[in-house]
Design a protein around this ligand. Structure first.
Ligand SMILES: [Zn+2]
Length: 441
């Protein structure tokens, strides 16, 4: 059978697997997996494994913690061929308040499945799993190997999940390309193939003053005053930035092209104070900072000797966390207070991206399949961190984030996923793997 015929067969078969896909997504949502004290993060992996085992795909469960099992399922259709990895996390954030539905019921309403993790990312895990099952059911003679890897601990930075797999099971998961099906939908703007992400750098800044009685302030040195001057200087100077992997103009041009809207309309959409689309575009293409904490002093009549602030910088691919610490120290030096300021890292991660993404095979393969099967698709970046950055750093540079669900809906109450999107994105996953690996002649 020709390549295109296999693709048609696979797409049709996924339609017949729709009920199984919905059921898998629902069952994964019904397993609570935010509490490390329970077996949730093991049970979700086991449930995914069961679906693959039913198709005789060999599975292994790798324990990184008594309650976390990372699944590695490997279908080697051809020895020595290329390898493609699907990696998805099984943990979720706690449901939190304000739900109007039961966050664990996985109720279906108007074509959406509701529940914690529906899109971040049990929907994506169900999609990648059924995509592989569809190829397997039809015994598509793939020219290589597909690996399904479900991991825990992503919401807590991945030390026991993807990082653990990289350090302890690299030979099992290493591949020529990876798809991480975190939600990448942009609502009416279509779907994104995310080719890069920023790195979070959290700094704790402390100013050191000298205590004195509040009635004679000049006898001391006010740590809060020092911090005010320093923060003002930091805000005025703005952190150093570099060219983003995709420029603002290139993103705008893609919107115009993918959505068929004209440039004027787009500019209109981006205008106005507090415009969230414009804010998002700014966040994706520059280094940002947020002063999130300020603490100091105890009572009005004492000159405070200590003040602490915490800043969350999001750096672009190509920047080093140390540059942010240097930036703060430089501002302190300009004020002549460098000896009174201490800067420490709370978190420090580099961002990264796929270089020359338009020429990258997996990125362009997913992009093309998404355009054909879903519709409007653009190359994009994410301003937060996913496990893709860990895989890229480990050498799996060709890692893209592409999965069902709307990006802005993560971690909110009444989280949901559209069943239509779930089915379409499953098709994109299957067709992308098929095209990337190819079929035996
Ligand atoms: Zn996620």
């Amino acid at each position: 059978m020709k390549h295109s015929e296999w693709e048609q067969e696979v797409i049709q078969h996924i339609d017949t697997l729709k009920d199984e896909l919905i059921e898998l997504c629902q069952e994964l949502i019904r397993i609570p997996s935010w509490d490390r004290e329970t077996r949730g993060e093991a049970d979700v992996s086991r449930r995914v494994g069961k679906t693959l085992e039913k198709r005789n795909i060999p599975t292994e469960y790798l324990c990184s913690h008594p309650n976390i099992e990372n699944l590695v399922a490997t279908w080697q259709a051809k020895k020595d061929g290329r390898r493609i990895l699907f990696n998805g996390h099984v943990d979720v954030v706690p449901p939190g308040e304000d739900w109007t539905v039961d966050p664990l019921a996985a109720e279906i309403r108007d074509g959406d499945i509701f529940g914690r993790g529906a899109m971040d990312m049990k929907g994506g895990v169900a999609a990648m799993t059924i995509a592989v099952c569809a190829l397997r059911d039809l015994e598509v003679p793939l020219n290589g190997t597909i690996i399904v890897n479900t991991v825990g601990d992503e919401e807590r930075q991945g030390k026991l999940g993807t990082t653990w797999c990289i350090e302890n099971a690299w030979e099992k998961i290493k591949a020529d390309a990876a798809i991480i099906p975190e939600p990448s939908g942009l609502g009416p703007l279509g779907y994104a193939v995310n080719i890069g992400e920023k790195g979070p750098v959290w700094l704790r800044i402390t100013t050191k003053g000298e205590k004195a009685h509040g009635s004679i302030p000049a006898a001391g040195r006010n740590a809060i005053g020092l911090m005010m001057n320093l923060l003002n200087a930091i805000q005025d100077a703005k952190p150093p930035s570099v060219a983003p992997p995709i420029s603002r103009e290139a993103i705008k041009a893609q919107f115009v092209k993918a959505l068929g809207i004209d440039t004027k309309l787009l500019e209109g959409l981006l205008r106005g104070e507090g415009n969230t689309i414009a804010a998002g575009l700014e966040a994706l293409t520059t280094t940002t900072m947020n002063i999130g904490v300020i603490k100091g002093g105890s009572v009005a009549n004492v000159v405070p000797d200590r003040c602490e602030s915490q800043i969350d910088f999001r750096i672009l691919p190509g920047q080093k966390p140390q540059e942010m610490a240097d930036f703060v120290n430089d501002q302190a030096a300009k004020l002549g207070i460098e000896n009174l300021v201490e800067v420490e890292f709370i978190e420090a991660f580099e961002g990264n991206s796929i270089p020359n993404y338009e020429q990258n095979e997996i990125a362009s393969t997913v992009y093309k399949a998404s355009k054909e099967i879903y519709g409007p698709t653009i190359y994009f970046l994410v301003p937060y961190a996913t496990d893709a950055r860990l895989l890229r750093r480990a050498g799996l540079t060709s890692s893209v984030v592409y999965g069902p669900g709307n990006t802005t809906q993560a971690h909110v109450a009444d989280e949901k996923i559209s069943i239509d999107d779930l089915v379409k994105i499953t098709k994109v996953h299957a067709v992308s793997a098929l095209r990337f690996l190819g079929v035996k002649a």
